[in-house]
Design a protein around this ligand. Structure first.
Ligand code: E4P
Length: 275
């Protein structure tokens, strides 16, 4: 499974890349806002253009960086996708454009299929597309059929949705079981999907049935255990927040083991390294 970092904060990106295990970056308007506020508080000033150029240059060739459009009509999203791609892809050939699967805010609205139309047009233009805000397997199927390079199912937001609907209190990073939660004698589900990990597993089954090449980029990741489950069900990529990446490496017994090895190191052995 590839690992992307889910942040627009260059300090976090630089540190995570120094660990040698990060294959790409995802951003969205909320993550950009968080990064901008973080640097404003530190008194740093820059234009968005300079910032994105620095980010893309640092990440480099072969490591995709997703940049999202902000429009909600076919024309606006298509135009913005070209602005982002044409302005920035020449820097390191690593720009992927994020398009919402469906930009409509109302059920049955006129723009329900505008996302798919833009995905198809960008695919024909040769621009790589990451389809975002995937909340059910059918949206992933439609996005793949439209020519998406990546689909981003929002695992954590589905877990939140299930808990919120059932009025179960939770903190953002709380674990939600992949196999779902029994509540009042029934298994909580969103049209048969019982968790964010289950959403990813269902998309995996569908893509494998029809040999779609679209990559499953599991997003909205909340904790390390969820990352493990996403890997178990065959996500191609997980985009992981900085704090969750840090959570993945730690285990109490590893630290305890290190202390014991340090305490047991005899002088005879230590002299080997005293050159
Ligand atoms: C990344 O592609 C997504 O935009 C991101 O993972 C969403 O995460 P959130 O649900 O924590 O906002």
């Amino acid at each position: 499974m590839k690992i992307f970092i889910d942040t627009a904060n260059i300090d976090e990106i630089k540190e995570a890349f120094s660990w040698g295990i990060v294959d790409g970056v995802t951003t969205n308007p909320s993550l950009i806002k968080k990064a901008v506020n973080y640097y404003k508080e530190k008194g740093k000033t820059f234009t968005m253009e300079e910032y994105i150029k620095e980010l893309l240059t640092f990440v480099g060739k072969g490591k995709p960086v997703s940049l999202e459009v902000i429009g909600n009509t076919e024309d606006a999203m298509y135009k913005e996708a070209h602005i982002l791609f044409d302005k920035f892809n020449n820097i390191a050939s690593n720009v992927v454009i994020k398009i919402p699967v469906n930009p409509e805010t109302e059920r049955g609205g006129a723009r329900l299929f505008d996302g798919l139309k833009v995905i198809r047009r960008l695919h024909e233009d040769g621009i790589p597309v990451n389809v975002t805000l995937i909340m059910n397997p059918l949206q992933a199927l439609l996005a793949a059929k439209a020519g998406a390079d990546y689909v981003s199912p929002f695992a954590g937001r589905i877990d939140n949705y299930l808990r919120t609907n059932a009025k179960i209190g939770f903190e953002k990073h709380d674990y939600y079981p992949a196999e779902g939660v029994e509540w009042g004698e029934k298994l909580l589900s969103d049209d048969g999907i019982v968790s964010g990990v289950d959403l990813v597993a269902s998309i995996r089954d569908i893509f494998d049935n029809y040999e779609f090449e679209t990559k499953i980029l599991a997003a909205s990741v909340r904790n390390a255990r969820q990352v493990r489950e996403l890997a178990e069900v065959g996500a191609d990529i997980a985009t992981i927040p900085f704090t969750v990446l840090k959570e993945m490496i730690w285990h109490y017994k590893t630290s305890e083991g290190m202390k014991k090895f340090a305490a047991d190191t005899v002088e005879e052995y230590r002299t080997l390294f005293n050159k």
